[in-house]
Structures are given as structure tokens and as C-alpha cells.
Ligand binder design. Sequence first.
Ligand code: GLY
Length: 312
Amino acid sequence: MRCAYSLMVHGGAGALENVKDEKTAVRYLDSIRRILEHGREVLSLGGSALQAVEQCATLLEDDPIFNAGCGSVLNEDGRVEMDAAIMDGQNLLAGAVAGVDGVANPVQLARLVMTKSEHVMLIGEGAMRFAEHCEVPRVPANYFYTEDRIAQLKEAQLRHKMMLDHDEAGDGVSEDQKYGTIGAVAFDSNGNLAAATSTGGIVNKRKGRVGDSPIVGAGVYADNETCAVSCTGYGEEFMRTVLAKTVSDFIFMQGMDASEAADAAIEYLRRRVNGRGGLIMIDNEGRCASRFTTRKMIHGWIEHAGETMLSF
Ligand code: GLY
């Protein structure tokens, strides 16, 4: 039976305080629309959910306004350490990389881990050695280190110092700096589901810190029996609640649809860890849902080959 495809992408959740004017908002939404239209073409021509999420996540990584790929934020040493994962709901195959630098598209490297290695996750130097083995081209340092990202790190470090000096509440990093991540979930015309998530992590994070994005079951999950999920938010909270798999479990064990499972998972995230962030998901009938606990989440979707929808 052929199904009408569905697709969702997100560009992160947070207060998005940097998006104060309409022009900036339009810039985000135009990018989301362009990427959804690309995904529509892939899926309408019979491409797989896996191809659609890899290509959409690649385009999101290639747009510097998002915190992934070339737009990745910097860690405490002023370095990029990116995390990404991809998962195929047909067979539960997954690939992930963590703490990588010097590649333009960590999601593509994650897919290579899935298809060309016997492992699910490779990190740091080992992941980069594998990239070399797969002849993934290296990009120069100036591909990542934009003036904006350097200024953002300095601001975060300054605020952190001020927080210690004045014992302010919070961790001194504004919301929109915290939660950037990109992701895509898709349902193809053969009824297969796939998910991908990629991020530069959190501004001023400790060297070696890994968030939820590359962790199967936390920031990403796909199973044809249930749903495909990509999360964005304060990674530690999504790891502690294993949120993406929790969404899937609500469907598997309680027979929920996308909307009910998204509600239940976000209620759990909020109640158990006061979690900050959100998720996009498509269930095994191609129904789309999104929920977030932050003020905003940049995302868009195409449900059952219908109109392109955008939300901010
Ligand atoms: N959710 C992205 C991160 O915490 O790294």
C-alpha cells in the first residue's frame, strides 16, 4: 500500500530572544520552508524517509543561522564539538557521532557510521579517523568560527563570571543560546519512518560534553512500529528522561497517536525534570505533532503530502 508522505523539521527551541524583528523571523521561516520543499521533492519522487531526513538535516547544518554544522556554537575552549545521529525506523539501524570538528555535515558522518561501520556511535578523534577512512572532506577552521559565534561565547563567559561574582540565579547564559539543535523526521510512501538530529550543543559547554542529540532514545528515535522523533532543548534533561524513546513507548504500550504521545511526553519532561525544549514527531500513520516547553520552537511540517506549514 502506498502512503502519503509526511515530513517535519525543526531549527531549535528557546526564548529566541535574538529573533526580535520580523526580518529575522522571516529569515528563519524562509529557511525552514526551503528545506521542507526540498524534502517534499525527495519524498514525492519516491525517496526514502532516511534520504529525506539526511538531506533536510544536511541543509539545516549548511545554514549558519542554526546551531549545527557551520553555525555550531563554541565550547569553553572556543572550539566546535558537534553531535549528530540518524535512525532508520525500518530496521532500527542507527549511526551517531559526538564531539566532532572539521566536517561540514556530522549527520552524513553519522549515516556512514550506520552503514559502513559495525558500531552505532563514534566520538572525537576516533570519529574523525573514521571520517578520513571514508574520505569525508575536511573543512577549514574558518568554516565554523564566525564573529557572531565568538562574540556569543565571550558574552556567555562574561555572564557566567558575573553570575559567580554576584551570585545571580540561573547559569548566566540566555535561553536562545542554550537550546539550538536541528532535526528532521519523515514518513515515506512505503510507510517507513526515519529521524535525524544534529547540534553544536550549548554555548560555553565543557570540553567533552555530549548532549542528547546523538543519543538514540534521548534526542532521536525511529521505529516503524511507533514513530520518528527529534528533540531539541537542554540535552541533559532529555537524556535523563530518555525522551524520544518515551514518546515511542507511549505509542507502543498505550496505543496513543502522535498528538497524544507528544502531550504525554512533554507532560513527563516538565513534571519529572522541569525540562526545557521540545520535540517534533510523526507516528506510524504519518500524523505530525510538535510540543515544547520553551517560549518558541522554530519548526515546520508537511502532513500527508499536504500544505507546507510553518510555526515559530
Ligand atoms: N539538545 C542539544 C544539546 O543539549 O546539546
